[in-house]
Write a protein that binds this ligand. Structure first.
Ligand code: ADP
Ligand code: TZD
Ligand code: MG
Length: 604
């Protein structure tokens, strides 16, 4: 047992509130002082042992009552405990660790406010199909349920239920094994998602016989069982694909998550079908692949006749599979495409438009079944379709090259991101984290990815605040260099975590696309009063000094040359670095690429 000595400061006089807290946690405190007797174990150790038994070696969290000692004991037991400045970042970190590793990422928080801070990330994990477990300590059940006003009182389980894929509470130490096992299974099986696990303060110091405790733990067997697609569903899909004159494959982040990279590539290349990667599926095949139709997206979506979705939903990001994007006459009009959808969720099909050939199963099993069923003599799509795509693609790539070659003063998104594009090309193992509006959309279209699961971004919700949490987790989980391209607004949601990055000395380089505001920095208060517009920030803010405050490297870059030097050096040194890239404050557009989703007043 790792005993923690009481320092003189801790012995000094306490306030009544502190005394009350001590009183509240007396039970837990007693367990800290007295290690369980030889033949006993306790809740603290059973949770740690259950996680470790299941290969979970990292916890992202923030200490406090009632889980402070848990964080110490987990570290003492050899787990990696990454401590954040805000639970939301810890939660995002856990969720993306889950996405990258297929093991549920664990976020640990205190009760009520800490739990709520972590809950946004849990809901975001569920929405994005990332496997994650939010473990929150909670206050005394009797007091919470009678609403008698406990320290950090909240009925956390009830709140979590509506936002999590599953939610559990463990009241007795001998149920910890089952609780952790259920949480793991729920997080990673079927469609992955966020799971909440409520652990009341009283659980941690509960002691039970050590042998019985050991026997109560469960090593989960086959946590995410393969789900083999029905042969007739595969045949139906192949039959439809054979009729296509203008076939298209869309790869989503479910395909990236599945880690079936070689088979997905084989399917694309064997069929010769052009493909479009969704944002986080970029790099599943290199963006420079000759079959990538990403640069001709606005041509291929309406023109395709049969579309095979692999781990991508027909949600808003694909205009719900209908409307003008797909060649429909109005927003609700079906464009006439037939869809094949490969997905693990049997309920996903028909959620927006008719799916003619759903193939339900895990992507690895589905893609290999489709590959096997293609047969030896599969003919490539008609040349006129491929030629038409190539023509659009080359034209758009040419236009992009022109835009990237310009060198305006101040920098715009293109001239700055051209540098990031080169550095990612030279360092294809680097992980790119990305959030913002223009800072997001321009990065997605300008920076090519070369390897799977290297691009981590705002996902299905378009949520701001993932930046530093994702960066920390990506560096911790992979050990690779992380480059986080952040809008200045986006960065503000989790900026304090630069201290976390410095504390753990992580190879993270944050590049802020600083245009002085949300979308743009040039808006003014129409009344002429002193308050600035709600959309702008302090002009010429020196974000790089934030990194310097904690011992990292801060650089202000006003030209592509300065940006390149700083980014090169960051990647070479692997030091925590923040580059404040000064961008023309008039360069962006409202909401980036999704201006049309903005309700605006008709009456001016
Ligand atoms: P994108 O935003 O990239 O379009 P989505 O998050 O909308 O991707 O879609 C991901 C889809 O992948 C979800 O419908 C989910 O059910 C599915 N999915 C996730 N993991 C797997 C898996 N291992 N096998 C099959 N489908 C999966
Ligand atoms: N809050 C949360 C949690 N998520 C959001 N998506 C928003 C608010 C709204 N929002 C966007 O959709 S993008 C954005 C906000 C506030 C910031 C855009 O400004 P930026 O990027 O500086 O990050 P650009 O480059 O200036 O466009
Ligand atoms: Mg901005």
């Amino acid at each position: 047992m790792n005993e923690v000595a009481t320092t003189p400061a801790q012995k000094s006089a306490t306030t009544p509130a502190e005394d009350a807290l001590k009183e509240k946690t007396r039970d837990a405190g007693a367990a800290i002082e007295a290690a369980p007797r030889l033949q006993e174990t306790d809740g603290f150790h059973l949770v740690i042992d259950a996680l470790k038994l299941n290969g979970i070696d990292t916890i992202f969290g923030l200490p406090g009552i009632p889980i402070t000692d848990f964080t110490r004991k987990a570290q003492a037991a050899g787990m990696r405990v990454i401590s954040f400045r805000h639970e939301q970042s810890a939660g995002y970190a856990a969720s993306i660790a889950g996405y990258m590793t297929q093991k549920p990422g664990v976020c640990l928080t205190v009760s009520a406010p800490g739990f709520l801070n972590g809950l946004t990330a849990l809901a975001n994990a569920t929405t994005n199909c990332f496997p994650m477990i939010l473990i929150s300590g909670s206050s005394e059940r009797e007091v919470v349920d009678l609403q008698q006003g406990d320290y950090e009182e909240l009925d956390q389980l009830a709140i979590a239920k509506s936002l999590a894929k599953a939610a559990f509470r463990v009241l007795h130490a001998d149920d910890i094994g089952v609780g952790i096992a259920r949480a793991i299974r729920a997080a990673v099986s079927g469609r992955p998602g966020g799971v909440y696990l409520d652990l009341p303060a009283k659980l941690f110091p509960q002691t039970i016989d050590a042998e019985a405790g050991k026997r109560s733990l469960i090593k989960v067997v086959d946590a995410a069982p393969r789900q083999i697609p029905a042969p007739d569903a595969v045949q139906r899909a192949i039959g439809l694909l054979k009729t296509a004159k203008r076939p298209l494959i869309i790869l989503g982040k479910g395909a990236a998550y599945a880690q079936a990279d070689a088979d997905i590539r084989a399917l694309v290349e064997k069929t010769g079908i052009p493909y479009v990667p969704m944002s986080m599926a970029k790099g599943l095949l290199p963006d420079t692949h000759e079959q990538s139709a990403a640069a001709a997206r606005s041509y291929v979506l309406p023109a395709a006749d049969v579309v095979m979705l692999i781990g991508a939903r027909l949600n808003w990001l694909l205009s719900h599979g209908k409307g003008k994007t797909w060649g429909g006459k109005n927003a609700k009009d079906w464009g006439g495409q037939k869809f094949i959808q490969i997905d693990i969720s049997p309920q996903e099909a028909d959620s927006n438009v008719r799916i003619d050939a759903p193939v339900v199963g895990d992507i690895g099993s589905c893609v290999s079944a489709v590959l096997a069923a293609l047969g030896p003599s599969w003919s490539k799509p008609p040349a006129d379709w491929l030629d038409a795509i190539a023509e659009r693609r080359n034209k758009n790539i040419g236009k992009m090259a022109e835009a990237l070659a310009k060198n305006p003063t101040p920098m715009n998104f293109h001239s700055a991101l051209n540098v990031v594009r080169d550095i990612v090309k030279a360092n294809p193992d680097a992980i790119l984290v990305n959030e913002g509006a223009n800072a997001l959309d321009f990065t997605r279209s300008i920076v090519d990815m070369y390897k799977p699961r290297k691009r981590l971004d705002v996902g299905t919700w378009g949520v701001m605040g993932i930046g530093m949490g994702f960066s920390v987790a990506a560096a911790v989980v992979s050990g690779e260099q992380v480059i986080a391209v952040e809008g200045d607004s986006a960065f503000g949601f989790s900026g304090m975590e630069v201290e976390t990055i410095c504390r753990y000395n992580l190879p993270v380089c944050v590049v802020i696309m600083n245009n002085n505001g949300v979308y743009r920095g040039d808006e003014v208060n129409p009344t002429g009063a002193a308050d600035p517009s709600p959309l702008v920030f302090v002009k010429d803010a020196r974000y790089e000094k934030l990194m310097e405050a904690f011992g990292g490297v801060g650089v202000k870059a006003t030209t592509p040359t300065e940006l390149r030097e700083a980014l090169d050096e960051a990647v070479r040194s692997r030091k925590p670095t923040l580059i404040n890239a000064v961008i023309d404050e008039g360069a962006g557009t409202e909401s980036g690429r999704i201006t049309s989703l903005n309700p605006t007043a008709k009456k001016k």
